[in-house]
Design a protein around this ligand. Sequence first.
Ligand SMILES: C[S@@+](CC[C@H](N)C(=O)[O-])C[C@H]1O[C@@H](n2cnc3c(N)ncnc32)[C@H](O)[C@@H]1O
Length: 161
Amino acid sequence: MTPSPGVRLGPRLRALLDLCPVQGPVADIGSGHGRLAQELALRLPPGQVFATEAKPGPAAELRRLLDPRSAVQVLHGPGLGPLRQLGCRGAVIAGMGGRTIARILESERELALSLEWICLQPMQREECLTDWLDQQRSWTVRRTSVVDRGHRYHSFLMVRQ
Ligand SMILES: C[S@@+](CC[C@H](N)C(=O)[O-])C[C@H]1O[C@@H](n2cnc3c(N)ncnc32)[C@H](O)[C@@H]1O
């Protein structure tokens, strides 16, 4: 696919993308502007990237922002809920607080633990997430960090053992 014009990742999302395994299908939860989802789509066969938003309004806006050539499929619904029946191998949750991300994972625990990999990048309160990660015994966790516009962001890749 021709790279979508104007899709450029800053250091924060670039660091997250670099951590994501090239293994689809994958869902970008709370995709927002959809830039990460579009970059993921460049690395995977068509139709293997889903982008979610909790509510219909932001989902419609996301649909408008996405380049149709990316073939990213937009779904709406909170947290990991939209992933039911999709058979995703991976998920990305970024751009929310660590407490919110931990709640999303805990409220759909069975679904989360059915995935092969999960990439996480909290905007703040990463300690809420590391507490949750420390309790997951059957996952290996890789951590990286990056400074973007003066703020240090921590990223976590969980891979099922
Ligand atoms: C700050 S944006 C982050 C966008 C992108 N993921 C990033 O890291 O740049 C957070 C997005 O998460 C969405 N969001 C918040 N809570 C959510 C939830 N429980 N489920 C799905 N999306 C959610 C918001 O609507 C918003 O678009």
